[in-house]
Design a protein around this ligand. Structure first.
Ligand code: GNR
Ligand code: NI
Length: 171
């Protein structure tokens, strides 16, 4: 197990469309293990493989609220089967856009289909934070970031801030 580096804006890898996981190999299990460790260390409630520079359709998540309680969940090749017309607003953040938070409106409820690390297929109804988080993570698999839902003014502002920070860090 190892903590991997999380890539941040303006890294263009974040815009890649991730490839389906074809087979649950020992490499995939090792990647998922590292993603859990990286996510808990950050700390974050979800992580997409592309955030550790692996363009694969694999997500880790833990929405448990209580300190010391864990509920690690992995989603392989997840798909939104249906989404509610009802929307909800949640203040989102992203480990690849550190210390930036904005309200995003998304479908309040979604039905999600995915495979777990044992190869078992699940279909679940998600609402609340689960609905928001799974949509945020599936967006990552498609190269989409939550700032894409903001006004051009706000998005340009945050992109510029991170581009400048990277330029200064490289000097
Ligand atoms: O840790 C995270 N918190 C969060 C809060 C609101 C909506 C989405 C998220 S996901 C984020 C971790 C992350 O960047 N996952 O891709
Ligand atoms: Ni994110």
């Amino acid at each position: 197990m190892a903590i991997r580096d999380i890539i941040i804006l303006p890294d263009t890898q974040l815009r890649l469309v991730s490839k389906p996981v074809e087979k649950i190999t020992s490499e995939i299990r090792a990647l998922a293990d590292d993603m859990f460790e990286t996510m808990y260390d950050a700390p974050g409630i979800g992580l997409a493989a592309i955030q550790v520079a692996q363009p694969l359709r694999l997500i880790t998540m833990d929405l448990s609220k209580k300190e010391g309680e864990k509920n690690p969940r992995a989603f392989i090749n997840p798909e939104i089967v249906s989404a509610s017309e009802e929307l909800s607003v949640y203040e989102e953040g992203c480990l690849s856009i550190p210390e930036y938070y904005e309200e995003v409106e998304r479908p309040a409820k979604v039905r999600v289909r995915f495979m777990d690390l044992d190869g078992k297929i699940h279909e679940e109804d998600a609402d609340g934070l689960y609905a928001t988080c799974i949509q945020h993570e599936i967006d990552h698999l498609n190269g989409v970031l939550f700032v894409d839902y903001l006004s051009k003014l706000k998005r340009d502002r945050v992109m510029k801030k991170f581009t400048k920070a990277a330029r200064l860090a490289a000097k």
